[in-house]
Design a protein around this ligand. Sequence first.
Ligand SMILES: [Zn+2]
Length: 219
Amino acid sequence: MEKVKKILVAAGLLILFLFLIFLLVFIMNFSKSLKKQSQNSTRTTEKITTKQQSILYPPVSDAKSRITKKPFGIFVTPQNSPVQPEKFTGYHTGTDFETTPAEANQEILVFATCSGNVRVKEFVSGYGGVIVQDCRIQGQAVTVLYGHIDITQSFEPSVGQNVAAGTKLAILAPADSHFTDGERKHLHLGIHKGSQIDFRGYVQNKAELSGWLNAANYL
Ligand SMILES: [Zn+2]
């Protein structure tokens, strides 16, 4: 009887031991698959982010590399501005795309950054030539303002015309001219939320910036 008992205990221990090994292997595999899953979901997030960042057509060639002086939201004063001389004070509601000295006498094309109707094409103080276009970004209605452009070119769309993203809109006006309103040669791109046009290039309260989108996040 004693012997049978011993055998039973030994068998029980062996079964317990095998079960523990099985449990260990199972847990290891499970954690491996969890890790894989989280890696996959990170990859998906990356994909979505990349897609979000290229929602807009570049409004000028090499657009991103031209954002060197006044990005969206920068607070400028005549004293601290990266552009001298400076006449403005406030938080920048748009994104400025600069030109190089070599481009001073070249025609720099401006392209529609999204698809939609041209709402405005006129001279606006502080900008010179301006086109405002109705667009949708991720389903949200916006008005897109292109400032400091020559609005006399024959290829330009007229008010009311629907233009597709990537269509030639205008050329940048020469530095210190009527159509830059005395500013350097550059593009100011302002994306205002909603369908109401707001011509302000600067706001005095930081909180008001929430009325605009940062173009760099969509390029
Ligand atoms: Zn600007």
